[in-house]
Design a protein around this ligand. Structure first.
Ligand SMILES: NC(=O)C1=CN([C@@H]2O[C@H](COP(=O)(O)OP(=O)(O)OC[C@H]3O[C@@H](n4cnc5c(N)ncnc54)[C@H](O)[C@@H]3O)[C@@H](O)[C@H]2O)C=CC1
Ligand SMILES: CC(C)CCC[C@@H](C)[C@H]1CC[C@H]2C3=C(CC[C@]12C)[C@@]1(C)CCC(=O)C[C@@H]1CC3
Length: 346
């Protein structure tokens, strides 16, 4: 049964998680490209002409159905923050919530769903060099965030059904940075202001992907516009990065120095720091009924800071003609300039 094809060329879309860092950049770009945008998010963080806001929880199907009326394309960019480390919340939002999103999309007659997944779905805390999409999902994910992002991606890709008229694709960015990012730069500056950014974990030679937010937005829109029944991208996952792996500690130093802080200088052995982070994390779990403390150096962050994790985007280049639109140096400059309030001494 080919119910809904050929696809309507409607430019009416919804961004679930559109109040967030990536979601808002995506909304701004979509407006510039002539799309009509509905944002569905648990919070409203801004107002923009041309955007209709629907405040609600993505686990609430009725609320979603209201927001998805007349929408043919859905971008799903919502997730609890990785730092929250709340297992029940991750399972509810990323797994049950994504099932609800898919049901609501089917009922509302949505034709395309683009998921923002994460390249971390294959990361287990050991080196990944030029990883391709055919790497197996992590068997021992490094945290609940990663564990539930894996299940979320599987659900979305499995839902791709040309007969039923629902096409899906998953974009896997890595280490997104840029103006208004609430995570990477603020955590880095906070750590530096507390005097804890003096040390390099490991020998400092590990290569990592950091992806400027505009490139992720470009990959998301490109995938949505390439998603057609005959396209090879249906039901597949795609790495989207800056395609310029960089030494983790060079990237951190460029941001820190750009904002007027000193770059880390002294090396510490990786296994020592990882062991300490594990110990602190266990202590924080044991003591959480008595004292609430959140260690900055979690085992996940130590693994991300001390191991190689960079990915090939050749599949995205081949199947959808992806090419980064902003280079790493330019992205770092634009990011640094956007945080005058986080400059040293500000
Ligand atoms: N920031 C990064 O480095 C990376 C992020 N990603 C993925 O990109 C997506 C966007 O991430 P960011 O913009 O960085 O995060 P963010 O935290 O800025 O945005 C997430 C948005 O989801 C919303 N949300 C959370 N729970 C919700 C619920 N139950 N119902 C409705 N809305 C809800 C939040 O209110 C927030 O506005 C996420 O799916 C994340 O997993 C993937 C790779 C890297
Ligand atoms: C204290 C320092 C050693 C590190 C400060 C920077 C970190 C906060 C960031 C470095 C790599 C980042 C990253 C993510 C979050 C922020 C960092 C840990 C993600 C976990 C965000 C969600 C993803 O899907 C994967 C990202 C990998 C890189």
């Amino acid at each position: 049964m080919l119910s809904l094809y050929p696809l309507q060329s409607s430019k009416r879309c919804a961004v679930i998680g559109g109040s967030g860092f990536l979601g808002r950049h995506l909304v701004e770009k979509l407006l510039g490209k002539g799309y009509t945008v509905s944002v569905f998010d648990i919070r409203q963080s801004y107002e923009l002409p041309g955007v209709t806001f629907h405040q609600g929880d993505l686990c609430d199907k009725q609320a979603l159905l209201t927001a998805l009326q007349g929408v043919s394309l859905v971008f799903h960019c919502a997730s609890p923050a990785p730092a929250s480390d709340d297992k029940a919340l991750f399972q509810r939002v990323n797994i049950q919530g994504t099932q609800t999103v898919l049901q609501a999309c089917t009922e509302a007659g949505v034709q395309k769903v683009v998921l923002t997944s994460s390249a971390s779905v294959v990361f287990e805390g050991t080196d990944i060099k030029d990883g391709r999409e055919d790497l197996p999902y992590a068997k021992n994910p490094i945290d609940y965030y990663t564990e539930t992002k894996i299940e979320q991606e599987k659900l979305v890709l499995k839902a791709c059904d040309k007969e039923k008229g629902l096409l899906t694709v998953a974009i896997r960015p890595h280490g997104i940075f840029g103006p208004r990012d609430p995570q990477l730069v603020p955590i880095l500056v906070d750590t530096a202001r507390r005097g804890n950014m003096k040390f390099i974990i490991g020998d400092g030679s590990n290569l990592v992907d950091f992806t400027f937010v505009d490139n992720v937005v470009h990959g998301l829109i490109l995938s949505a516009e390439s998603l057609r029944p005959e396209s090879p991208i249906c039901g597949k996952a795609y790495h989207i990065t800056n395609d310029e792996p960089v030494r983790f500690w060079d990237f951190m130093s460029d941001i820190l120095v750009g904002l007027g802080y000193s770059a880390p200088r002294y090396n510490l052995p990786y296994t020592l720091v990882y062991g300490l982070a594990l110990l602190l994390w266990l202590l924080s779990l044991l003591l959480c009924p008595l004292v609430a403390f959140k260690p900055t150096f979690t085992p996940m962050r130590v693994a991300l800071a001390g191991k190689h994790h960079f990915y090939s985007c050749s599949r995205a280049k081949q199947d959808m003609g992806y090419k980064p639109v902003v280079g790493l140096k330019d992205g770092i400059r634009r990011t640094v300039e956007s945080y005058p309030h986080l400059r040293h001494g500000a």
